[in-house]
Design a protein around this ligand. Sequence first.
Ligand SMILES: [Zn+2]
Length: 238
Amino acid sequence: MSYNLYRAAYGYGFDPYYILILIAGVLCMIASYRVNSVYSKYARVRSMCGMTGAMVADEILRRNGITDVTINHVSGNLTDHFDPRNKTVNLSDATYNSTSVAAIAVAAHECGHVCQHAQGYFPIQIRSSLAPAASIGSKMGIPIIFLGFILSFQPLVRVGIIVFSLAVFFQLVTLPVEFNASHRALVMLNEYGILAEEEVSDGRKVLTAAAMTYVASAATAVLQLLRFIALNNRRRDD
Ligand SMILES: [Zn+2]
């Protein structure tokens, strides 16, 4: 490993940001463990209405007059998502055919995203238009920054920081989108009489645990960005 690469990777060792990033990394692991455990707890709680996740999604879309979105069954664990490009609500094995409170909450959350799109909710519009740039930023940002450090070429580091910050901004915009989709989901489940009062509060626990994984990863990304900016400034002062 070259001296410069070594310095880029470890040279500043345990600076305050490095420790914060480690803490945020641990929080990511805790959040991901927690969403799995909360989900599996409420995946065993059968809802009183007896509807499956797919039936609930269908009901919510119908009630909102949305007819151009298809509900699909996809494999995997917690892989549920709404894809605005082909207008599909994709529900995983654990959600599609399950009548649990967890499945219903997750299905309703994905329909919350559908409603955001249908109603032109501003943060999801920003998020969608930012998605391609953010995907490049998350793949290329850190390699460009490291290359800049290796070559000791400040302008390249700055380009990398700008590219990476697109990915960080995307993660930040994701937060209101996620919290709003969960809020919409719980209001609709209550309003349409799909879940009873206490079931709604159990559903909220599932969706809040899921949202925490987004909060933890956004915090990690922000701290990484701050660390690169700090390292670059220190470089300049060397
Ligand atoms: Zn979501």
